[in-house]
Design a protein around this ligand. Structure first.
Ligand code: SF4
Ligand code: SF4
Length: 372
């Protein structure tokens, strides 16, 4: 397992984590097996979304003895109604659920208290009003009952607003191929990076729709962060590892939370570290979204090797980030790179290899002007 910084929290988070949404539906003993295997393989963030007592008790058992190894979270506002998940903004319920959660998890604090699932402007206003859930989350942080405050959200524009507000430390949001061309996604990711907000990418497979080859699939708003996506026929042979690699190559991502339903799906995600480069290469998937990506670097590394050892994808990632907001950190990262944009000898090899027609030589000149 590889680890990344979760923004300014300083936490080291496994770059592949898991969501537990689908584990709620499986046998309780199997749930324990999946979680224990995840932890044994170095996963240290297990997104616990549902606040059903019985479900939490099973998770609590599964993580017994591992509390200090994992980043424990809680979703403020995730509730239960008639045995089913229900989003509830009642502060009374939120406070009760939180205390109960600590009790079941046998701990005094959570690492991240998430303001749960903000979907619309109205919900944002409700959560941010005086005495609302945002104030409660900040109070928990002050009292040491939550080390950090997070927000799980479906809207890029609101995520940008919150990242700029400084109210939260972590944002969990949908990042996947289906919202690759979302007009505000790069801005959102770069804004989070600029303000040290850790980004947790959810819905990496767009609710499994990206893993349905040869099928025409539609993408509802909650899977694409409100990016309108026409029905698409997905290429044959899509691998989960390709989707993960694509996301981990985007700006500012700290971790991904694929929702796994069983051991096989967990192993599939963990195979990220052992599969061949071919099974990581996401170029063929982006071709399904080709109309959006021509001329734009998607950090896929197909242009390598460069005779001057220039890490083209990394330089362009920094350049794209800096276009939205240059920071000392971006500049420092660039300055410490061994080969710079100005080392480009304009051989053109990379342009011949790039599947997305990126004008690498021109872009290198722009990067050199910006950074050197
Ligand atoms: S320049 Fe082209 S091949 Fe190279 S990383 Fe960017 S998109 Fe991929
Ligand atoms: S054109 Fe520049 S960046 Fe591209 S392969 Fe040649 S030296 Fe490297």
């Amino acid at each position: 397992m590889e680890y990344r910084k979760l923004g300014k929290t300083g936490l080291e988070i496994s770059e592949i984590s898991i969501g537990t949404e689908y584990l709620e539906k499986i046998k309780r003993e199997d749930l324990g097996e999946v979680i224990q295997k995840a932890i044994a393989n170095g996963i240290n963030f297990i997104d616990i979304l549902y606040n059903f007592d019985n479900f939490l008790e099973q998770i609590s058992k599964a993580i017994q003895g591992s509390r200090d190894k994992i980043i424990l979270n809680h979703h403020l506002g995730s509730s239960e109604l008639d045995g089913k998940y229900n989003k509830d903004r009642s502060m009374k319920k939120i406070k009760e659920h939180f205390e109960k959660y600590l009790e079941i998890m046998n701990t005094d604090y959570v690492d991240i208290a998430f303001i749960h699932f903000v979907h619309t402007e109205d919900e944002f206003d409700e959560c941010w009003k005086e005495g609302g859930v945002k104030d409660f989350a900040l109070q928990l942080k002050k009292e040491g009952k939550a080390r950090f405050v997070g927000l799980s959200i479906h809207r890029m524009d609101l995520a940008i607003k919150v990242a700029e507000s400084g109210d939260v430390d972590v944002i969990m949001i949908q990042i996947n191929l289906a919202n690759h061309a979302h007009p505000q996604r790069q801005e959102m990711l770069a804004t989070c990076e600029k303000h040290g907000i850790g980004v947790i990418a959810m819905k990496p497979f767009a609710g499994g729709k990206l893993l349905q080859p040869n099928k025409s699939v539609s993408f509802p708003d909650y899977l694409t962060a409100f990016h309108e996506m026409p029905e698409k026929k997905i290429s044959e042979g899509v691998k989960a590892t390709q989707c993960l690699h694509y996301i981990l190559n985007q700006i500012g991502i700290s971790t991904i939370v694929p929702g796994v339903a069983n051991i096989d799906e967990l192993e599939d995600c963990l195979s990220y570290y052992t599969v061949s480069d071919e099974k990581l290469d996401y170029t063929n998937l982006l071709k399904d979204f080709e109309e959006y990506v021509t001329g734009e670097c998607v950090y896929c590394n197909h242009c390598q090797p460069c005779p001057e050892d220039i890490d083209i994808a990394s330089i362009f990632r920094l350049y794209d980030q800096a276009q939205i907001g240059q920071t000392d950190k971006i500049q420092e990262t660039y300055t410490t790179m061994c080969a710079k944009a100005s080392d480009c000898i304009e051989c053109g090899d990379c342009e011949e290899r790039c599947p997305f027609d990126v004008e690498v030589i021109e872009k290198m000149k722009e990067a050199a002007t910006l950074f050197e």
